[in-house]
Design a protein around this ligand. Structure first.
Ligand SMILES: Cc1cc2nc3c(=O)[nH]c(=O)nc-3n(C[C@H](O)[C@H](O)[C@H](O)COP(=O)(O)OP(=O)(O)OC[C@H]3O[C@@H](n4cnc5c(N)ncnc54)[C@H](O)[C@@H]3O)c2cc1C
Length: 467
């Protein structure tokens, strides 16, 4: 079995497969392949900055469905996590990466000798079906690899700027790329940085810069100029059972206007706790999204999504306090507007912003993309996805947010038929579920996919197996 992408999604799937194999005693060989060697950590948890925190409390970030205290227990026992940890703690993301790696190592020990996992650092550039045999061949910079089952756990589409910018090291398209911020944070003296976006990534990038180079002025720009709301903590306990008419009608289409009206009613009945309403709504989003007509989904993406994102992705209180201090001292300036153009001038960048009433030109040393970009997978696809699309082995979903799959995560080919060997999980399933990028969704998908893959392959290879 080959898992393409060694981030949280690929790792959680590997953990579940190893656990399945340990119980069922069905032999398994797993390749966990990551182009940057960020196994266990991926894009989100490869940071070692102590101020880069999880945006959810430890009580909600367990790697294992049905074991909500797993992370808290690990962190409490780990010498690498300082201080007392409770379900209310916002842990550093670096600690979370370590947790995923140690959870993977424990699953590997449990599954030995029945199952083995090999980590490979290499890009998978293409996948070719094998003509007479089951499965497919992966073409990687490590060499060709043959697998019966391949899972795409490739994360979000590569970051891209939504406008043409000069090709220079001063323009950083992906701040989470390995070492991407090193040059910005390693220099000394005052500098000016423009960050595109005002969400959680902007917050982390601004904090990295201000802790390394306190004299720097950071300008953050987005169309709405909205920062994420502050996480209220989970002290009130889990959200009370949540009900909307749209949820109870379990079949039939959900119209966006009806749903918005119902949510507004619910919020106006509890105006002090809108976040509790959204938190209660979140587990229902995949089912509601899958019942929404495509035109309503498009309207949501055009008009509502950005407001959903700032209310849904909340900032840890410590992060909010640090940003607020930066704003008070003028280290961080938030702009509402759109970047029209970027020019290189005398070794610096001129960033031109349109904010409806006038135009501003910011003179900057660096431009960092922290959001923005296209959501169209056909434009932003990686070389591997482009290859799969062009060969008809996969196709974009109807909204072009990711890869089209059936409800179990089996990839659909250009003809709409389920692939006999390709599956996907996590962010590439955005078109299918919309909420599919955070750990609570990914851990459930990983567990379900591991059961499905083990069952299907056990009955193919070991027809009398009960797995
Ligand atoms: C900065 C940040 C902070 C976040 N914080 C939280 C949080 O606090 N809580 C939460 O629940 N969620 C958080 N998230 C959401 C996050 O998306 C998920 O939690 C999770 O990390 C997604 O993991 P993934 O493995 O799907 O993607 P990724 O982490 O992107 O991993 C995919 C990996 O696949 C590799 N890859 C891609 N294509 C290929 C190829 N062709 N060949 C080989 N390798 C390939 C990539 O290099 C990458 O390492 C955060 C996201 C980000 C970006």
């Amino acid at each position: 079995m080959a898992i393409v992408g060694g981030g949280a999604s690929g790792t959680l799937l590997a953990v579940q497969l190893l656990r399945q194999s340990a119980v069922s005693r069905i032999p398994l060989r797993i390749w966990l392949i990551d182009e940057h060697g960020r196994h266990g950590r991926g894009q989100a948890y490869a940071t070692y900055h102590p101020w880069h925190l999880l945006n959810a409390t430890a009580g909600r970030m367990s790697a294992l469905p049905g074991e909500p205290q797993h992370l808290v227990a690990w962190a409490s026992a780990s010498a690498s996590v300082p201080g007392q940890v409770t379900g209310e703690t916002f842990l550093p993301r670096g600690s979370y990466g370590r947790y995923l790696l140690e959870t993977l190592a424990a699953a590997q020990r449990e599954a030995r000798p029945t199952a083995r996992l090999l980590r490979i650092t290499s890009a998978v550039n293409a996948i070719r079906p094998r003509s007479r045999l089951r499965g497919a061949r992966l073409l990687t910079s490590y060499g060709p690899l043959d697998a019966d089952v391949i899972v795409l756990a490739t994360g979000n589409a590569p970051a891209a700027l939504p406008f043409d910018a000069p090709e220079t090291a001063a323009v950083i398209t992906d701040p989470w790329g390995p070492g991407a911020l090193d040059q910005v944070t390693s220099g000394s003296g005052a500098s000016h940085v423009v960050i595109l976006g005002t969400g959680l990534t902007m917050a982390d990038v601004a904090l990295s810069i201000s802790s390394a180079r306190p004299g720097t002025t950071v300008h953050a720009i987005s169309r709405h100029g909205l920062l994420p709301h502050v996480h209220p903590g989970d002290a009130q306990g889990p959200a009370r059972s949540f009900w909307l008419p749209a949820i109870s009608e379990s079949a039939g289409p959900v119209r966006l206007t009806d749903l918005l009206w119902q949510i507004r009613q619910e919020i106006s009945a509890r105006p002090d706790s809108w976040h509790r309403v959204l938190e209660g709504l979140r587990p229902h989003v995949p089912a509601l999204w899958s019942r929404m007509p495509d035109n309503d989904k498009r309207a949501f993406l055009r008009h509502i999504a950005r407001y959903w994102e700032v209310h849904r992705h909340l900032m840890p209180p410590a992060t909010a306090a640090r940003l607020s201090a930066m704003r008070q001292t003028g280290q961080l300036i938030v702009h509402r507007g759109q970047v029209l153009a970027v020019h290189q001038r005398a070794g610096r960048l001129a960033v031109i912003i349109d904010n409806a009433s006038d135009r501003t030109e910011l003179d900057s040393d660096w431009l960092i993309n922290a959001g923005g970009g296209t959501t169209d997978i056909t434009v932003a696809a990686s070389p591997l996805l482009r290859d799969l699309f062009s060969r008809g082995l996969a196709r974009p979903d109807a909204l072009r947010l990711g890869i089209d799959t059936d409800a179990a995560g089996t990839v659909l080919g250009a003809d709409g038929r389920p692939s006999p060997f390709l599956h996907a999980l996590g962010p590439p399933l955005r078109g299918l579920w919309y909420e599919t990028t955070a750990i609570p969704e990914i851990r459930n998908q990983a567990a379900a996919l591991a059961v499905q893959i083990t069952k299907t392959n056990a009955t193919r290879r070991y027809p009398r197996s009960a797995a």
